[in-house]
Design a protein around this ligand. Structure first.
Ligand code: B12
Length: 219
């Protein structure tokens, strides 16, 4: 099967908000040996990006976003086992407690969920706090479980300042140095992450795992 073509078809299914097609095309792509990461990055996320642009331009509306979310989720169900298998290959015992959350006022969780799943598959002890999580709850939980890393996701530019506030809150409580803070999500850039004093960012879930490994070590 032509790999570029199937990746394009997956993107198209996401753009069309066709959940049956996105799952089916993803299954076909995996069966033909396509790298699950390529499907995630070049198929699913690329399709989501197009939908986002059309939404911004007033060509798509909330119903289309919802259909796309469904198409992304159905494809994620298919791709997840393959991604997890790839991620857990060769992984021994690792140690590290990681809190994962979508920051307050933001409810996007498809990307956050895949980051949490891959980190779990990589052997880390992950506490997924869900979406729209207040800053104080994140810090309280980190203190309670003795987390090593706080990984926050955010897709709305209007919610991004809360990531900075999270770092300020950690400083205010005198516990900033206890944690590595990672930030991510479609709107987060490396420059922005640096500007707020975060310890790192990654543009996709697999790179998030690489980043965590580099911070915590893998064995
Ligand atoms: C699907 C979607 C929705 C769904 C979300 C469903 C769900 N359960 O998540 C629904 C329909 C609910 C929705 C709602 C809204 N949305 Co919306 N949505 C999208 C869309 C199209 C795709 C998001 C997605 O799932 N992408 C696929 C995943 C896999 O990618 P990802 O999230 O980026 O995650 C990857 C990486 O970023 C990274 N990553 C993610 N988190 C983390 C964390 C760390 C620590 C690290 C290291 C890495 C990392 O790894 C992930 C996997 O590889 C985006 C467009 C886009 N370009 O993303 C708009 C988008 C995010 N939405 C947008 C908007 C405006 C909204 C609404 C305000 C619309 C409205 N008027 O109501 C609401 C907001 C509600 C709220 N309070 O949060 C805008 C935000 C614009 C902006 N600049 O702020 C976008 C960018 C569209 C656009 N271009 O206009 N949305």
């Amino acid at each position: 099967m032509d790999k570029d073509n199937i990746i394009e078809q997956i993107s198209q299914a996401v753009i069309d908000g066709d959940d049956a097609a996105s799952a089916e095309k993803t299954r076909l792509a995996l069966e033909s040996g396509t790298d699950p990461l390529l499907i995630l990055n070049s198929g699913l996320m690329a399709g989501a990006e197009v939908v986002g642009k059309r939404f911004e331009q007033g060509e798509y509306f909330l119903p289309e976003l919802l259909l796309t979310a469904r198409a992304l989720k159905s494809a994620m169900e298919v791709i997840k086992p393959a991604l997890l298998e790839q991620q857990s290959m060769g992984v021994g015992r690792v140690s590290g407690k990681i809190i994962v959350a979508t920051i307050q006022t933001d409810i996007h969780d498809i990307g956050k969920n895949i980051v949490a799943s891959l980190l779990t598959a990589s052997g880390y002890d992950v506490t997924d706090m869900g979406v729209d999580v207040p800053l104080k709850s994140i810090v309280d939980k980190a203190e309670e479980i003795g987390a090593d890393i706080i990984a926050v996701s955010c897709l709305l530019t209007t919610s991004m300042p809360y990531m900075k506030d999270l770092i300020e809150l950690l400083k205010g409580r005198g516990v900033r140095s206890k944690y590595k803070v990672l930030v991510g999500g479609a709107s987060v850039t490396k420059a922005w992450a640096e500007s707020i004093g975060a310890d790192g960012t990654a543009s996709n879930a697999a790179d998030a795992v690489v980043l965590v490994r580099s911070l915590l070590g893998s064995g």
